[in-house]
Design a protein around this ligand. Structure first.
Ligand SMILES: [Fe+2]
Length: 468
Protein backbone atom coordinates (compact mmCIF):
# COMPACT_ATOMS: atom_id res chain seq x y z
CA UNK A 1 0.00 0.00 0.00
CA UNK A 2 1.36 3.53 -0.92
CA UNK A 3 1.78 6.15 1.77
CA UNK A 4 0.26 9.62 1.27
CA UNK A 5 3.76 11.05 0.66
CA UNK A 6 4.66 8.51 -1.96
CA UNK A 7 1.25 8.96 -3.63
CA UNK A 8 1.91 12.72 -3.80
CA UNK A 9 5.44 12.14 -5.16
CA UNK A 10 4.03 9.78 -7.75
CA UNK A 11 1.55 12.49 -8.74
CA UNK A 12 4.35 15.07 -9.01
CA UNK A 13 6.41 12.65 -11.07
CA UNK A 14 3.44 12.06 -13.36
CA UNK A 15 2.90 15.80 -13.86
CA UNK A 16 6.63 16.16 -14.56
CA UNK A 17 6.44 13.41 -17.13
CA UNK A 18 3.46 15.06 -18.83
CA UNK A 19 5.16 18.48 -18.77
CA UNK A 20 8.34 16.96 -20.12
CA UNK A 21 6.41 15.35 -22.94
CA UNK A 22 4.77 18.71 -23.76
CA UNK A 23 8.08 20.59 -23.77
CA UNK A 24 10.18 17.98 -25.54
CA UNK A 25 12.26 17.37 -22.43
CA UNK A 26 13.07 13.90 -21.21
CA UNK A 27 12.43 13.42 -17.48
CA UNK A 28 16.02 12.17 -17.28
CA UNK A 29 17.41 15.49 -18.48
CA UNK A 30 17.33 18.44 -16.09
CA UNK A 31 14.81 21.13 -17.00
CA UNK A 32 16.99 23.97 -15.79
CA UNK A 33 16.42 27.68 -16.36
CA UNK A 34 19.05 29.63 -18.24
CA UNK A 35 19.92 33.33 -17.82
CA UNK A 36 21.04 33.53 -21.44
CA UNK A 37 21.08 31.19 -24.42
CA UNK A 38 23.00 32.10 -27.56
CA UNK A 39 24.93 30.58 -30.44
CA UNK A 40 28.60 31.24 -31.09
CA UNK A 41 29.70 30.73 -34.69
CA UNK A 42 33.05 28.93 -34.67
CA UNK A 43 35.49 27.95 -37.43
CA UNK A 44 34.21 26.49 -40.65
CA UNK A 45 30.60 25.43 -40.49
CA UNK A 46 30.74 24.67 -36.77
CA UNK A 47 28.65 26.47 -34.20
CA UNK A 48 28.16 25.98 -30.49
CA UNK A 49 25.12 26.73 -28.34
CA UNK A 50 25.94 28.28 -24.98
CA UNK A 51 23.68 28.61 -21.95
CA UNK A 52 24.42 30.44 -18.71
CA UNK A 53 22.63 29.18 -15.63
CA UNK A 54 22.66 29.84 -11.91
CA UNK A 55 21.67 26.20 -11.34
CA UNK A 56 24.26 23.61 -10.37
CA UNK A 57 23.65 21.50 -13.48
CA UNK A 58 23.39 22.34 -17.15
CA UNK A 59 20.03 22.65 -18.92
CA UNK A 60 18.87 20.24 -21.58
CA UNK A 61 18.89 20.86 -25.31
CA UNK A 62 16.50 19.33 -27.83
CA UNK A 63 17.56 19.19 -31.49
CA UNK A 64 14.83 19.33 -34.14
CA UNK A 65 12.14 18.50 -31.58
CA UNK A 66 13.87 15.29 -30.58
CA UNK A 67 14.73 13.94 -27.16
CA UNK A 68 16.31 16.39 -24.76
CA UNK A 69 19.96 15.88 -23.93
CA UNK A 70 21.94 17.54 -21.15
CA UNK A 71 24.31 20.29 -22.30
CA UNK A 72 27.93 19.88 -21.28
CA UNK A 73 29.63 22.05 -18.69
CA UNK A 74 32.11 24.47 -20.28
CA UNK A 75 33.18 26.36 -17.16
CA UNK A 76 32.04 25.94 -13.55
CA UNK A 77 30.88 28.82 -11.40
CA UNK A 78 33.95 30.22 -9.65
CA UNK A 79 35.44 33.20 -7.89
CA UNK A 80 38.62 34.24 -9.70
CA UNK A 81 41.02 36.06 -7.38
CA UNK A 82 42.22 39.51 -8.41
CA UNK A 83 44.97 39.04 -10.98
CA UNK A 84 48.35 40.61 -10.23
CA UNK A 85 49.20 43.58 -12.45
CA UNK A 86 45.62 44.24 -13.57
CA UNK A 87 44.73 47.13 -15.84
CA UNK A 88 42.91 49.10 -13.13
CA UNK A 89 44.20 49.94 -9.64
CA UNK A 90 40.71 49.51 -8.18
CA UNK A 91 40.31 45.85 -9.16
CA UNK A 92 38.59 43.11 -7.20
CA UNK A 93 38.01 39.38 -7.46
CA UNK A 94 35.83 38.30 -10.39
CA UNK A 95 32.70 36.43 -9.32
CA UNK A 96 31.40 34.08 -11.99
CA UNK A 97 28.22 32.91 -10.28
CA UNK A 98 26.91 31.11 -13.34
CA UNK A 99 27.70 27.80 -14.94
CA UNK A 100 28.61 28.10 -18.62
CA UNK A 101 27.15 25.20 -20.57
CA UNK A 102 27.49 24.29 -24.22
CA UNK A 103 26.54 21.89 -26.97
CA UNK A 104 28.04 21.63 -30.45
CA UNK A 105 25.45 22.19 -33.19
CA UNK A 106 25.13 18.88 -35.11
CA UNK A 107 25.43 19.04 -38.90
CA UNK A 108 22.06 18.99 -40.62
CA UNK A 109 20.05 20.07 -37.56
CA UNK A 110 17.75 23.01 -38.25
CA UNK A 111 16.30 23.91 -34.83
CA UNK A 112 17.11 23.66 -31.15
CA UNK A 113 15.45 24.54 -27.86
CA UNK A 114 17.02 25.07 -24.44
CA UNK A 115 14.82 25.37 -21.36
CA UNK A 116 11.85 26.12 -23.58
CA UNK A 117 13.73 28.82 -25.52
CA UNK A 118 14.31 28.62 -29.27
CA UNK A 119 18.02 28.88 -30.00
CA UNK A 120 19.29 30.94 -32.96
CA UNK A 121 20.20 28.43 -35.64
CA UNK A 122 23.08 28.66 -38.13
CA UNK A 123 21.58 29.63 -41.49
CA UNK A 124 21.85 27.56 -44.63
CA UNK A 125 22.50 30.75 -46.54
CA UNK A 126 24.00 34.03 -45.31
CA UNK A 127 22.41 37.05 -46.95
CA UNK A 128 22.32 39.70 -44.23
CA UNK A 129 24.99 40.33 -41.59
CA UNK A 130 24.71 42.80 -38.73
CA UNK A 131 27.98 44.38 -37.60
CA UNK A 132 28.63 46.01 -34.23
CA UNK A 133 31.71 46.74 -32.13
CA UNK A 134 32.76 48.57 -28.96
CA UNK A 135 29.47 48.18 -27.21
CA UNK A 136 29.93 48.24 -23.41
CA UNK A 137 29.48 51.15 -21.02
CA UNK A 138 32.81 52.77 -20.25
CA UNK A 139 33.68 52.93 -16.55
CA UNK A 140 37.42 53.37 -16.31
CA UNK A 141 39.04 54.89 -13.23
CA UNK A 142 42.52 55.30 -14.75
CA UNK A 143 41.10 57.80 -17.28
CA UNK A 144 38.36 59.15 -15.01
CA UNK A 145 35.98 58.15 -17.82
CA UNK A 146 32.48 57.23 -16.67
CA UNK A 147 29.72 56.91 -19.24
CA UNK A 148 26.11 57.35 -18.09
CA UNK A 149 25.23 53.64 -18.25
CA UNK A 150 21.75 54.34 -16.84
CA UNK A 151 20.90 56.77 -19.66
CA UNK A 152 19.70 55.02 -22.84
CA UNK A 153 20.79 57.97 -25.00
CA UNK A 154 24.26 58.30 -23.54
CA UNK A 155 24.87 54.54 -23.60
CA UNK A 156 22.61 53.39 -26.45
CA UNK A 157 23.70 49.77 -26.90
CA UNK A 158 20.35 48.29 -25.84
CA UNK A 159 18.60 50.37 -28.51
CA UNK A 160 21.27 49.51 -31.07
CA UNK A 161 20.81 45.80 -30.32
CA UNK A 162 17.02 46.04 -30.62
CA UNK A 163 17.23 48.00 -33.90
CA UNK A 164 19.82 45.59 -35.28
CA UNK A 165 17.70 42.56 -34.32
CA UNK A 166 14.78 44.12 -36.22
CA UNK A 167 16.89 43.91 -39.40
CA UNK A 168 16.60 40.09 -39.11
CA UNK A 169 20.24 39.18 -39.69
CA UNK A 170 21.50 35.72 -40.61
CA UNK A 171 24.72 36.36 -38.70
CA UNK A 172 25.99 38.97 -36.24
CA UNK A 173 29.61 40.12 -36.11
CA UNK A 174 30.88 41.76 -32.92
CA UNK A 175 34.32 43.17 -33.71
CA UNK A 176 35.57 43.39 -30.16
CA UNK A 177 35.49 45.36 -26.90
CA UNK A 178 32.39 43.91 -25.32
CA UNK A 179 33.19 44.57 -21.67
CA UNK A 180 33.83 48.09 -20.40
CA UNK A 181 32.74 48.32 -16.73
CA UNK A 182 36.17 48.04 -15.13
CA UNK A 183 36.00 50.51 -12.23
CA UNK A 184 33.39 51.41 -9.60
CA UNK A 185 31.10 54.32 -10.44
CA UNK A 186 32.17 57.32 -8.31
CA UNK A 187 29.63 58.56 -5.77
CA UNK A 188 29.19 61.88 -7.60
CA UNK A 189 28.28 60.29 -10.97
CA UNK A 190 24.54 59.64 -10.98
CA UNK A 191 24.68 58.44 -14.58
CA UNK A 192 26.34 55.15 -13.66
CA UNK A 193 25.09 54.83 -10.07
CA UNK A 194 24.61 51.26 -8.87
CA UNK A 195 26.26 49.74 -11.94
CA UNK A 196 28.08 46.46 -11.41
CA UNK A 197 31.79 46.66 -12.19
CA UNK A 198 34.88 44.48 -12.46
CA UNK A 199 35.46 41.42 -14.58
CA UNK A 200 32.82 39.10 -13.07
CA UNK A 201 29.51 37.93 -14.51
CA UNK A 202 27.42 40.84 -13.22
CA UNK A 203 29.37 43.34 -15.33
CA UNK A 204 29.25 41.00 -18.36
CA UNK A 205 25.53 40.68 -17.91
CA UNK A 206 25.10 44.47 -17.74
CA UNK A 207 27.41 45.14 -20.72
CA UNK A 208 26.34 42.27 -23.00
CA UNK A 209 23.81 39.66 -22.02
CA UNK A 210 20.98 41.97 -20.90
CA UNK A 211 21.20 44.80 -23.46
CA UNK A 212 22.00 42.46 -26.37
CA UNK A 213 19.29 39.89 -25.57
CA UNK A 214 17.16 40.54 -28.70
CA UNK A 215 20.21 40.42 -30.98
CA UNK A 216 21.63 37.31 -29.27
CA UNK A 217 18.26 35.67 -29.97
CA UNK A 218 18.25 36.75 -33.62
CA UNK A 219 21.20 34.85 -35.11
CA UNK A 220 24.54 33.20 -34.31
CA UNK A 221 27.37 35.60 -33.41
CA UNK A 222 30.99 35.75 -34.47
CA UNK A 223 32.98 37.35 -31.66
CA UNK A 224 36.28 39.07 -32.45
CA UNK A 225 38.50 39.69 -29.44
CA UNK A 226 39.25 43.28 -28.49
CA UNK A 227 41.86 44.75 -26.15
CA UNK A 228 39.19 44.88 -23.43
CA UNK A 229 39.14 41.08 -23.59
CA UNK A 230 42.90 40.63 -23.16
CA UNK A 231 43.96 38.53 -20.17
CA UNK A 232 44.83 41.54 -18.01
CA UNK A 233 41.29 42.85 -18.46
CA UNK A 234 38.10 40.82 -19.17
CA UNK A 235 39.91 37.81 -20.66
CA UNK A 236 38.52 35.35 -18.11
CA UNK A 237 34.96 36.20 -19.14
CA UNK A 238 35.96 36.12 -22.81
CA UNK A 239 37.01 32.49 -22.52
CA UNK A 240 34.14 31.44 -20.26
CA UNK A 241 31.38 33.01 -22.31
CA UNK A 242 32.16 33.90 -25.91
CA UNK A 243 35.43 32.45 -27.25
CA UNK A 244 34.61 29.99 -30.01
CA UNK A 245 37.11 27.29 -28.99
CA UNK A 246 36.78 24.72 -26.18
CA UNK A 247 37.60 26.15 -22.73
CA UNK A 248 40.86 25.03 -21.13
CA UNK A 249 42.61 26.08 -17.94
CA UNK A 250 45.76 26.77 -19.97
CA UNK A 251 43.93 29.36 -22.08
CA UNK A 252 41.56 30.70 -19.43
CA UNK A 253 43.52 33.87 -18.46
CA UNK A 254 43.31 32.60 -14.85
CA UNK A 255 47.09 32.39 -14.51
CA UNK A 256 49.08 35.46 -15.64
CA UNK A 257 52.10 33.20 -16.22
CA UNK A 258 50.20 31.71 -19.19
CA UNK A 259 49.14 35.01 -20.75
CA UNK A 260 51.88 34.58 -23.36
CA UNK A 261 49.68 31.93 -24.96
CA UNK A 262 46.20 32.95 -23.84
CA UNK A 263 46.55 36.49 -25.18
CA UNK A 264 46.92 35.15 -28.73
CA UNK A 265 44.40 32.97 -30.54
CA UNK A 266 44.88 31.18 -33.83
CA UNK A 267 43.06 32.83 -36.74
CA UNK A 268 40.14 30.93 -38.24
CA UNK A 269 37.79 31.14 -41.20
CA UNK A 270 33.99 31.26 -41.33
CA UNK A 271 32.48 30.72 -44.79
CA UNK A 272 29.80 33.20 -45.86
CA UNK A 273 29.10 32.05 -49.42
CA UNK A 274 30.66 29.74 -52.00
CA UNK A 275 33.21 32.44 -52.84
CA UNK A 276 33.56 34.57 -49.68
CA UNK A 277 34.73 33.90 -46.13
CA UNK A 278 35.50 35.78 -42.94
CA UNK A 279 38.99 35.51 -41.42
CA UNK A 280 39.02 36.25 -37.71
CA UNK A 281 42.23 37.61 -36.13
CA UNK A 282 42.88 38.13 -32.41
CA UNK A 283 44.71 41.46 -32.03
CA UNK A 284 43.76 41.96 -28.37
CA UNK A 285 47.36 42.31 -27.15
CA UNK A 286 48.77 44.57 -29.83
CA UNK A 287 50.42 47.87 -28.96
CA UNK A 288 50.01 51.41 -30.22
CA UNK A 289 53.68 51.53 -31.19
CA UNK A 290 55.65 49.42 -33.67
CA UNK A 291 57.03 46.11 -32.39
CA UNK A 292 60.68 45.26 -32.75
CA UNK A 293 61.09 42.15 -34.90
CA UNK A 294 62.63 40.45 -31.85
CA UNK A 295 59.52 41.00 -29.69
CA UNK A 296 57.58 37.85 -28.80
CA UNK A 297 54.38 39.65 -29.89
CA UNK A 298 55.88 40.41 -33.32
CA UNK A 299 56.75 36.77 -33.80
CA UNK A 300 53.35 35.50 -32.66
CA UNK A 301 51.47 37.94 -34.87
CA UNK A 302 53.79 37.13 -37.81
CA UNK A 303 52.96 33.44 -37.47
CA UNK A 304 49.26 34.27 -37.28
CA UNK A 305 49.52 36.47 -40.35
CA UNK A 306 51.12 33.57 -42.20
CA UNK A 307 48.17 31.40 -41.15
CA UNK A 308 45.80 34.10 -42.43
CA UNK A 309 47.58 33.99 -45.80
CA UNK A 310 47.04 30.24 -45.98
CA UNK A 311 43.38 30.51 -44.95
CA UNK A 312 42.87 33.22 -47.58
CA UNK A 313 43.64 30.67 -50.28
CA UNK A 314 40.46 28.74 -49.44
CA UNK A 315 38.12 31.21 -51.21
CA UNK A 316 38.42 33.89 -53.89
CA UNK A 317 37.35 36.61 -51.42
CA UNK A 318 38.22 36.97 -47.77
CA UNK A 319 36.96 39.61 -45.35
CA UNK A 320 39.61 40.12 -42.66
CA UNK A 321 38.41 41.05 -39.19
CA UNK A 322 40.61 42.35 -36.37
CA UNK A 323 39.52 44.66 -33.58
CA UNK A 324 42.34 47.12 -34.25
CA UNK A 325 42.35 48.83 -37.67
CA UNK A 326 45.44 48.85 -39.83
CA UNK A 327 44.26 51.47 -42.32
CA UNK A 328 42.13 54.24 -40.86
CA UNK A 329 41.85 57.99 -40.47
CA UNK A 330 42.70 59.34 -37.01
CA UNK A 331 40.23 61.42 -35.01
CA UNK A 332 41.40 65.01 -34.89
CA UNK A 333 40.07 68.21 -33.38
CA UNK A 334 37.92 70.25 -35.74
CA UNK A 335 39.96 72.42 -38.07
CA UNK A 336 43.09 70.30 -37.64
CA UNK A 337 44.70 68.53 -40.58
CA UNK A 338 43.51 64.91 -41.05
CA UNK A 339 46.18 62.30 -40.43
CA UNK A 340 46.43 58.54 -40.80
CA UNK A 341 45.26 56.31 -37.97
CA UNK A 342 45.81 52.58 -37.75
CA UNK A 343 47.47 50.44 -35.11
CA UNK A 344 51.23 50.76 -35.30
CA UNK A 345 51.85 47.40 -33.62
CA UNK A 346 49.89 45.51 -36.29
CA UNK A 347 51.25 47.75 -39.06
CA UNK A 348 54.81 46.84 -38.07
CA UNK A 349 54.02 43.12 -38.36
CA UNK A 350 51.90 43.24 -41.51
CA UNK A 351 54.17 45.66 -43.38
CA UNK A 352 57.18 43.42 -42.73
CA UNK A 353 55.53 40.82 -44.95
CA UNK A 354 53.41 43.03 -47.23
CA UNK A 355 55.09 46.46 -47.30
CA UNK A 356 52.48 48.28 -49.40
CA UNK A 357 49.30 46.24 -49.43
CA UNK A 358 49.65 45.19 -45.77
CA UNK A 359 47.37 42.21 -46.35
CA UNK A 360 47.80 38.85 -48.10
CA UNK A 361 46.33 38.33 -51.56
CA UNK A 362 42.66 37.41 -51.53
CA UNK A 363 41.71 39.76 -48.69
CA UNK A 364 39.32 42.18 -50.35
CA UNK A 365 37.87 43.90 -47.28
CA UNK A 366 39.08 44.63 -43.74
CA UNK A 367 36.60 45.17 -40.89
CA UNK A 368 37.56 46.64 -37.53
CA UNK A 369 36.39 48.40 -34.39
CA UNK A 370 38.40 50.03 -31.58
CA UNK A 371 37.85 53.61 -32.73
CA UNK A 372 34.31 54.59 -31.75
CA UNK A 373 33.20 55.96 -35.09
CA UNK A 374 32.18 54.75 -38.55
CA UNK A 375 34.69 54.99 -41.39
CA UNK A 376 34.71 53.49 -44.87
CA UNK A 377 38.00 53.99 -46.69
CA UNK A 378 38.74 52.78 -50.20
CA UNK A 379 42.09 53.05 -51.96
CA UNK A 380 43.36 53.79 -55.44
CA UNK A 381 45.98 51.07 -55.04
CA UNK A 382 45.81 47.41 -54.16
CA UNK A 383 44.98 47.78 -50.45
CA UNK A 384 41.62 46.26 -49.49
CA UNK A 385 38.86 48.67 -48.51
CA UNK A 386 38.89 49.28 -44.76
CA UNK A 387 35.85 49.67 -42.49
CA UNK A 388 35.87 50.96 -38.91
CA UNK A 389 32.61 50.09 -37.14
CA UNK A 390 33.22 50.90 -33.48
CA UNK A 391 30.29 53.25 -32.86
CA UNK A 392 27.79 50.81 -31.34
CA UNK A 393 27.55 52.11 -27.79
CA UNK A 394 30.75 52.80 -25.91
CA UNK A 395 31.49 56.47 -25.34
CA UNK A 396 32.30 58.43 -28.49
CA UNK A 397 35.80 59.79 -28.33
CA UNK A 398 35.59 62.49 -30.97
CA UNK A 399 34.62 62.99 -34.57
CA UNK A 400 36.36 61.74 -37.67
CA UNK A 401 37.17 64.30 -40.37
CA UNK A 402 34.34 64.52 -42.92
CA UNK A 403 36.57 65.37 -45.86
CA UNK A 404 40.12 64.35 -46.66
CA UNK A 405 42.54 66.55 -48.59
CA UNK A 406 43.32 65.43 -52.17
CA UNK A 407 46.05 62.83 -52.27
CA UNK A 408 45.58 61.82 -48.60
CA UNK A 409 47.39 58.57 -47.82
CA UNK A 410 46.35 56.29 -44.94
CA UNK A 411 49.64 54.43 -45.35
CA UNK A 412 52.68 54.97 -47.54
CA UNK A 413 51.29 54.54 -51.06
CA UNK A 414 47.71 53.94 -49.86
CA UNK A 415 46.00 56.93 -51.45
CA UNK A 416 42.36 57.24 -50.52
CA UNK A 417 39.90 57.12 -53.38
CA UNK A 418 36.58 57.04 -51.53
CA UNK A 419 35.90 58.04 -47.92
CA UNK A 420 32.84 58.34 -45.70
CA UNK A 421 32.73 58.84 -41.94
CA UNK A 422 30.31 59.48 -39.13
CA UNK A 423 30.84 60.11 -35.45
CA UNK A 424 27.38 59.33 -34.09
CA UNK A 425 26.31 56.02 -32.59
CA UNK A 426 24.90 53.29 -34.82
CA UNK A 427 25.48 49.92 -36.42
CA UNK A 428 25.82 48.44 -39.92
CA UNK A 429 24.46 45.67 -42.08
CA UNK A 430 26.20 43.88 -44.93
CA UNK A 431 23.79 42.47 -47.51
CA UNK A 432 24.75 40.12 -50.28
CA UNK A 433 23.79 41.55 -53.66
CA UNK A 434 21.91 38.87 -55.59
CA UNK A 435 24.09 35.83 -56.07
CA UNK A 436 27.20 37.83 -56.86
CA UNK A 437 30.35 38.35 -54.81
CA UNK A 438 29.26 41.95 -54.20
CA UNK A 439 27.84 43.27 -50.95
CA UNK A 440 26.02 46.40 -49.83
CA UNK A 441 27.07 47.96 -46.55
CA UNK A 442 24.43 50.12 -44.86
CA UNK A 443 25.16 52.31 -41.84
CA UNK A 444 22.22 53.07 -39.51
CA UNK A 445 21.40 55.39 -36.68
CA UNK A 446 20.70 53.98 -33.21
CA UNK A 447 17.01 53.69 -34.08
CA UNK A 448 17.72 51.86 -37.33
CA UNK A 449 17.40 54.64 -39.92
CA UNK A 450 19.76 54.10 -42.86
CA UNK A 451 22.13 57.04 -43.35
CA UNK A 452 24.90 55.73 -45.62
CA UNK A 453 25.22 53.04 -48.25
CA UNK A 454 28.52 51.65 -49.50
CA UNK A 455 28.85 49.29 -52.46
CA UNK A 456 31.49 46.69 -51.60
CA UNK A 457 32.94 45.07 -54.72
CA UNK A 458 36.35 43.97 -56.02
CA UNK A 459 38.24 45.26 -53.01
CA UNK A 460 36.67 48.72 -53.14
CA UNK A 461 34.02 50.50 -51.10
CA UNK A 462 32.02 53.33 -52.63
CA UNK A 463 29.70 55.20 -50.29
CA UNK A 464 26.86 57.63 -50.69
CA UNK A 465 24.91 59.51 -48.07
CA UNK A 466 21.19 58.80 -48.01
CA UNK A 467 18.88 61.75 -47.84
CA UNK A 468 16.97 61.97 -44.56
FE1 LIG B 1 39.45 48.67 -28.39
Amino acid sequence: MFSTTSTRLTGVALVSLLLAACTDFSPLAPDVRADSVYTVQAQGQSAVVRALTRASVCPAIAWDGGAALPMQQRAAAAVAPLRAGGAQSDGKEAVFNVLTCEAAWPAGVLRARVAGVEVPAPRQEIRRIVIIADTGCRMKGSENAFQACNDAEKWPFAQVAASAAAKKPDLVLHIGDVHYRESPCPADKAGCANSPWGYGYDAWQADLFKPAAPLLAAAPWVFVRGNHESCARAGQGWFRFIDSQPWSEARSCNDPARDGDADYSAPYAVPLTADTQLLIFDSSKTAGVAFSSTDAAFQKYSAQLQAVGQLAQQKPNSFFMSHHPLLSVALVKEGKKPKPGGNEGLQSVFSARFPQRLFPDGISLALHGHVHVFESISFKGAQPASLVLGNSGSANEGKPPQVLPPGFQAWAGAEVEDYAARGDYGFATLDRVGHSADWLLTEYTVSGVAVLECAIASGKSRCKKLSP
